[in-house]
Design a protein around this ligand. Structure first.
Ligand SMILES: *Cc1c(COP(=O)(O)O)cnc(C)c1O
Length: 423
C-alpha cells in the first residue's frame, strides 16, 4: 500500500468559534458603562475557555490596558506573546504597556520571573510580601551586581494588597492587616515595591452583604492611610456588582463573564444588557439512522424512540465539556430548528432525535451561541443543566479547536477547514 496522505482540508468536526468583534464590542460597552472607573478584562482560565492570547490582543486594540490572569502561567504566556510590561517605578510611562494582574500563586512561588516581567501581584499574606521583596533584591542584584544593593527602579514590584472582606478565600483578615501594611510601607520607602492597588472580592450573597464588604474595604484603606500607605487604585467588583452597583465600582472593575456575553444575573440575558455571547459551540452530524418505535439509543437505553424516527449523531461529548446533565432538557439547533438531546451524553458524542425532518451527514449543529441560528445561548444552556455559563465555557475541552472570527473573517488556519475528521 502506498503511504497514506493525510487530508489537509477535511471539514471540521467540532469547534468553538470565538467572535472577537463581539468581544471588542462588549468591552467597549462595558468600558463606557463603568467609566470613569477603569475596566480590567479578566482572562483567567485561558480566557474562560475562549483563548486568552487572542482575546488580549483584541482587547488591546480597543484600549484595554489591564488584564486579570489569576495565575503567573497565564501572565507569563501573555508577556511571551509580546504584551509589553509597564515601565518605571510607577508603571505608567509607556502608553502601550499592559498590566497583568495575578493573585493565585504556588506555595513555593519565588516571584523572580514575576518581578522581572513586572506582573501586578495580588498579595494575601506577609509571607508572600516577603517573598516578593526577596525576589526584587535577587533580580536587582542579578541585573546590576555593582549597584551596592540599591534596587533598580525598573524592578520595583507592583503590589496590590488583598483584603478579605467576607469571602474567606484569599486576602488578609482585618486582624492581620496592620503588620502587612506596616511592612509594605517600609518596602515602599526602600523602593522595593509600589502599592499599585488595594482590593477585595465580593461574595455576592446579597446587596447588604456586598455593602458590608465595601465598608470593610474602606476601613482598611483608612487604617492603611494612617499607617502611611497610599494606594494608586482601589478595586472591588466583578461582573455582577460592577454592573448593578455603580457606587461600588471605585477606581477599577474586574470583569470576566460580562465581557464574554455570559449573563450573570438570573433571568437577564446578555442581549438585555447590550452584550453578545462571544463563543459559539458547533459540531457536524457524523451519522444518521432511521430507527423503529421502541428502539433504545446510547448507553443504558435511557431513551426509547416513542415512534419510528431519525436520530443524528453529534460528535461532542463530556470530554469536550458537554455535561451528561444536558440529556435532560438541552436542545441543539440544526437547519434553524431545535432538537432534543436523547439518551446518554457519552464521552465523545450524543444523539439528537430529529423526527421525520431531513438531516444529512456533515450538517452543522449549533450547541450554543448567540441564538441567531435558533440555538440556545450559553446562559439558557447553563440554566437547564443547573449551572452558570462561566462553567460551561471554561469547561469546553482542549479537543475542541477554537476558530477566531475578526471583522467578519475567519482568522484560524485554513479558514476553519484545518481540522481533520478524527472521530
Ligand atoms: C474571576 C474573578 C473576577 C471576574 O469575575 P466575573 O464574575 O466573571 O466578572 C474578578 N475578580 C476576581 C478576584 C476573580 O477571581
Amino acid at each position: 500500500m502506498s503511504a497514506r496522505t493525510l487530508p489537509s482540508a477535511a471539514p471540521w468536526l467540532r469547534r468553538a468559534t470565538i467572535d472577537l468583534d463581539a468581544y471588542r464590542s462588549n468591552l467597549g460597552r462595558l468600558r463606557e458603562l463603568v467609566a470613569p472607573a477603569e475596566l480590567m478584562a479578566v482572562v483567567k482560565a485561558d480566557g474562560y475557555g475562549h483563548g486568552a492570547t487572542h482575546l488580549a490582543a483584541a482587547a488591546l486594540e480597543v484600549g484595554v490596558r489591564w488584564f486579570g490572569t489569576l495565575d503567573l502561567r497565564n501572565a507569563h504566556e501573555l508577556r511571551a506573546a509580546g504584551f509589553r510590561p509597564p515601565a518605571g517605578p510607577d508603571g505608567t510611562a509607556d502608553p502601550d504597556a499592559v498590566a497583568l494582574f495575578a493573585w493565585q500563586f504556588s506555595f513555593t512561588e519565588t516571584f523572580e520571573r514575576a518581578v522581572s516581567e513586572r506582573i501586578d501581584l495580588g498579595i494575601s499574606s506577609l509571607a508572600q510580601l516577603e517573598s516578593v521583596a526577596r525576589a526584587v533584591e535577587a533580580v536587582s542584584q542579578a541585573s546590576s551586581p555593582d549597584s551596592g544593593g540599591a534596587v533598580d527602579p525598573a524592578l520595583t514590584a507592583l503590589v496590590h494588597l488583598n483584603v478579605d472582606t467576607g469571602l474567606h478565600r484569599d486576602g488578609v483578615l482585618p486582624a492581620d492587616w496592620e503588620p502587612l501594611v506596616t511592612r509594605a510601607v517600609e518596602l515602599v520607602g526602600a523602593g522595593v515595591i509600589r502599592l499599585r492597588g488595594i482590593y477585595s472580592h465580593l461574595a455576592e450573597a446579597s446587596d447588604d452583604d456586598d455593602t458590608d464588604s465595601a465598608v470593610l474595604l474602606t476601613e482598611a484603606v483608612e487604617r492603611a492611610n494612617t499607617l502611611g500607605a497610599r494606594f494608586d487604585r482601589r478595586h472591588l467588583t466583578a461582573s455582577s456588582a460592577g454592573m448593578e452597583r455603580p457606587e461600588l465600582r471605585l477606581d477599577m472593575v474586574r470583569m470576566g463573564s460580562n465581557t464574554y456575553g455570559i449573563p450573570v444575573t438570573d433571568g437577564v440575558s446578555a442581549a438585555d444588557r447590550g452584550l453578545t455571547p462571544v463563543m459559539t459551540l458547533s459540531a457536524r452530524v457524523a451519522r444518521v439512522k432511521r430507527i423503529a418505535a421502541g428502539t433504545g439509543v446510547s448507553y443504558d437505553y435511557t431513551y426509547r424512540a416513542p415512534h419510528e424516527t431519525t436520530v443524528a449523531l453529534v460528535p461532542v461529548g463530556y470530554a469536550d465539556g458537554v455535561s451528561r446533565r444536558a440529556q435532560h432538557g438541552v436542545s441543539v439547533a440544526l437547519r434553524g430548528k431545535r432538537y432534543p438531546i436523547v439518551g446518554r451524553v457519552a464521552m465523545d458524542q450524543f444523539l439528537i432525535d430529529v423526527g421525520d425532518d431531513p438531516v444529512e451527514v456533515g450538517d452543522e449543529v449549533t450547541l450554543f451561541g448567540t441564538g441567531s441560528r435558533g440555538e440556545m445561548t450559553v446562559g439558557e444552556w447553563a440554566d437547564v443543566i443547573g449551572t452558570i455559563g462561566e462553567e460551561v465555557c471554561s469547561g469546553i475541552g482542549s479537543r475542541v479547536p477554537r476558530a477566531y472570527l475578526s471583522e467578519g473573517a475567519d482568522l484560524s488556519e485554513g479558514a476553519g477547514l484545518s481540522e481533520s475528521a478524527d472521530l
